[in-house]
Structures are given as structure tokens and as C-alpha cells.
Design a protein around this ligand. Sequence first.
Ligand SMILES: *Cc1c(COP(=O)(O)O)cnc(C)c1O
Length: 382
Amino acid sequence: MIQSVNPIPAFDIKQQYTTIEADVSAAVLEVLASGRYIGGPLVAGFEKQFADYHGVTECVACNSGTDALFLALRALEIGAGDEVITTPFTFVATAEVISAVGAKPVFVDIDATTFNLDLSQVAAAITPKTKAIIPVHLFGQPVDMTALMAIAQSHNLAVIEDCAQSTGASWDGKKVGSIGHIGCFSFYPTKNLGACGDGGAITTNDPAIAAQVRILKEHGQRNRYEYEDIGVNSRLDAIQAVILSIKLRYLDDWNQQRQAIASYYHQFLSQVAGITAPQELAGGVSVWNQYTIRISSEGRNGSSATFRESVRSQLQQRGVNSMVYYPYPLHLQPVYQDLGYQPGQLPIAEQACHEVLSLPMFPELTRQQQDQVIYALKDSLG
Ligand SMILES: *Cc1c(COP(=O)(O)O)cnc(C)c1O
């Protein structure tokens, strides 16, 4: 007899909350009773824990991952007339902040296997105006930071790591966010370390950068009511800080559960015709914010994007929800039309946008659900 099964969401953050509910409720009620809602010892405490976790000396919390990237660029005094190299296959925030500080994003194509910046193409994109590179550790998979830092150092460029999807991932034994000049993190609820609202942080070993970010995130204020820069208001609330402190204790366990799910998926999906399973680079440890396969229509009628949509809707009919991260590359977005990129110019990223499909991935996904995903996918490819 066929058992009816509940639909599997692409991610589920409610379930995780039940495991920490008692701790979180008590801590949040304490904050409410304390009357210290902004700044204070709980935010400072979380900053210290997050710095220690990464083996860096400095962490400054802020309001979002987007703000973390923006503040990093501002602290490095990157602005009008400058160029910053990044990937077109990422969430829009990565490039948006480059434009927001008045600099120009320069998009370099990605590697077909890792979905991350193709490092062999970075050097050719460097000009006298280039000031920094923003590598994105996409879907939790670290960029080859050894190779990237070598390129950056030989051209005297700053490296701002976009770690929004990769909290806890490591390259060559070092946590991402501790290797470049600045690491930028998001605590958006669906990230590996997620708050119950918005939140973000920068990490660095440079006290001058941390001090400058602290000034910029508080309206450019160095001493009380004395403003030396045009800043912003970007603070982490005490309630979010205390929740993040509790969740940080579980992060490694949750990431290990994601890794176990990824290797189970890999075992059954890596040999399936018509799809390409994601692979970890030797030297890196991914934390699998997403498990993203490629679906190709090669040998079938119609485009990959159309085929992917049909697989996606068949998966849904079989009770499996999936997501497309990302359907459009940033260099071809309407907002970046003035940069003059043409379709076909960054072909690997463009192809990825037509082929990617992210399967359900969250630490609490059961083995039975993982099996359901695998069977449903095989059937849907049929
Ligand atoms: C989520 C995300 C951001 C932005 O973080 P927010 O906290 O949502 O502002 C930046 N870059 C990448 C790659 C992301 O996934």
C-alpha cells in the first residue's frame, strides 16, 4: 500500500526552534525585563563568541548581511572611481553594496563545478581602478582562498569574503571569514546561523577596520554627538544577540547534520543520468546552506530552463518542494544594464541560471524525507 506523506518543504526553520525553545524563551524574556534592547553586554558577548568561533580578534555586529558588506566597503574607503570584482551568480546584495558606495561591480564568470568565482579569470579583470575582490562562498561551499589570496596579494587588493551562506565552512582548516581582510555574515533566518529577524556581522583581525565599522554603523559617531563620517544606523538588537548566542552553540552540530544529508544525497544522485550533483572541492569543508543540483535538457527537446521547470513541478506533485537560486545572473539584470554586459558574455553563470535546482536541505530533514526526495527526483526525470 502506498502511504500518503506530508509535503517536504525546501527549508523549515520552525522545527529547529522547538529544540531550543525553552532556552530562547527564557533568554528573550530576560532581555525584555532588562530594558536594554539595543547594544549592551549581550551584543558585546555575542560579538566576542563569534570572533572566538572564527579565531579572529574582532567582530562587529550590525543589522544585516547587506549592511555588513556595505560597512566593509566603506571602512576600506572604496567608492566612486573604484572597481570591485565579484561573481554574477549570487544574491543581489553582494553587488548592490558595491554600487551603493559609488563603486563599479566587475563581474567575472563562475566555475561550473563549484558555482563560485572562476579564479583563473580574476587576474584578467584587474585594472588600475580595482580595489577589492568579493568572493562569495555560495551555498556554503568555500572558495579556494589560498589561490584567491595569492591573486589579491600580488595586486595589493583587499578581500571581503561574503560568508552569508557559509557560517562555519572552512578552507584549509581555517574558517571562512577569517582568511580575507574582512568577513561578512548574514543572520537572516534561513542562513546556517539564523536570527529571529535581521542581523549581520563583520569579522576581521584588523582593529582599525573594526573601529571604523563601529563608527560607521553608529551614524559616523566617534565620540558622543561628534560625527566624522556619513554613517548609517545598523545595530543588532539585544534580543537577536541572545538568540544567536544560544544558536551558535548548536551550529557545528547543525552543520554536521547538513553534511550527512549532503553525502546521503550524493550517494544516490551522483550517478543519475541527466543531473549533476554538487561536489566539494578538496581542501574545503562546505556547510551546505543549499544542496544545488544541475538539470540539463541535453538529448531532450526544449531548453534546460523549461525542462527544469517541469521537473520542479513534478517534484512538487510528489510532495517535494525545491527552489531556484538563482534564475537570473546579476550582469544581465535591468539594474545593471548601464554596465553594458551582453547575453553570452559570462556563459557559465548564465547556463547555471537555467539549470540549477536546490533540493530540500535543513538539519532536521529525516532519512525518510531524504529518501522521498531522491525517489521523487528520479521519477520526475523519467
Ligand atoms: C543573504 C545574503 C546576503 C544578504 O544578507 P541579508 O542579511 O539578507 O542582508 C548577502 N550575500 C549573500 C550571498 C546572501 O545569501
